[in-house]
Design a protein around this ligand. Structure first.
Ligand code: HH2
Length: 281
């Protein structure tokens, strides 16, 4: 850990001390095919309503995505992603000061979203998929989430293997964070990428040893919500993974997560609050 001040980040008009407590990022997928909420918020109206509902439930960020990255998914053209997410971002930015994040790997989509009031780019490729992305984020003085992924969404779950998953993920994130800083990005968040090119064992090991990722000195975001490793452990479909998600969130928070990216905002906020209190005592 470097200095405590380093983890006080500004996202638009919000100033968050990311070490003071655990922050909740609510997931808003404006897609027909996301693995757990695909098709639920396809119209801009219903997506905006869900975004405002998550804010009422205590979300500190809303992460808006127009392209599913579930294992095996196909890429979506930039124009289609823009058509899905921009009306939602524009409306939410008018109605809330809660920071909005755009979940995209495309610089063109990020540029438009940041222009409409988003404050963070959540790039699951860690700024690798589009060579213009770093410059766009820096130009808008936006924050970035750099996530680790082995392969691409299309191929990542085809027999992933590592010598030391935590060591490899940490080195990758440190390297991407250095590159982001060199491009002029100041607010850098790292994410081990639960479920992105990882087996059940890899995901569990990352959660158990998350403090090693946190020791790199960047705020850590973790996204275990309703993911298939929970389904495999419990033999439960995506709609029945609330308690499993709660367990994963509790472990992540205990082991140093600063932000958790979740579908079930109200429930996971309670989980995080209890673990935060335990950590304080
Ligand atoms: N997981 C998903 C998408 N984006 N971003 C970050 N930073 N970390 C994650 O773990 C992460 C992410 C996948 O989950 P979801 O958005 O629910 O599904 P889909 O990709 O099918 O839309």
């Amino acid at each position: 850990m470097e200095t405590a001040e380093k983890l006080v980040y500004r996202f638009g008009s919000a100033v968050y001390d990311l070490q003071a407590r655990t922050y909740i990022m609510g997931i808003l997928n404006v897609t027909p095919d996301s693995f757990s909420d695909g098709g639920k918020f396809l119209s801009a109206d219903s997506a905006v309503r869900r975004g405002l509902e998550m804010i009422d439930e205590g979300a500190d960020f809303i992460d808006i995505g127009g392209e599913s990255t579930r294992p095996g998914s196909d890429a979506v053209p930039a124009g289609e992603e823009i058509r899905r997410v921009i009306p939602v971002i524009r409306e939410l930015a008018k109605r809330t000061s809660v920071p909005l994040s755009i979940d995209t790997m495309k610089a063109e989509v990020a540029d438009r979203a940041l222009g409409e009031g988003a404050a963070i780019v959540n790039d699951v490729s860690g700024l690798r998929a589009d060579t213009s992305m770093a410059e766009i984020v820096a130009r808008h003085h936006a924050g970035v989430v750099l996530m680790h992924m082995k392969g691409t969404p299309k191929t990542m779950q085809e027999d992933p293997s590592y010598d030391d998953v935590v060591g490899e993920v940490k080195s990758f994130l440190e390297e991407r964070a250095r590159a982001a800083a060199q491009s002029g990005i100041e607010q850098i968040i790292v994410d081990p990428g639960i479920g992105f090119g990882k087996t059940v064992r890899h995901n569990c090991e990352l959660l158990r040893r998350l403090h090693e990722i946190a020791s790199a000195g960047y705020p850590v975001l973790v996204g275990p919500s309703r993911k298939s490793f929970i389904g495999k452990i419990l033999d439960a479909p995506a709609g029945e993974r609330l308690e499993g998600t709660a367990a994963a969130v509790a472990v992540a928070v205990m082991n140093g997560a600063n932000i958790v990216r979740v579908h079930d905002v109200k429930e996971m906020k309670q989980v995080a609050e209890v673990v935060d209190e335990v950590k304080r005592t």
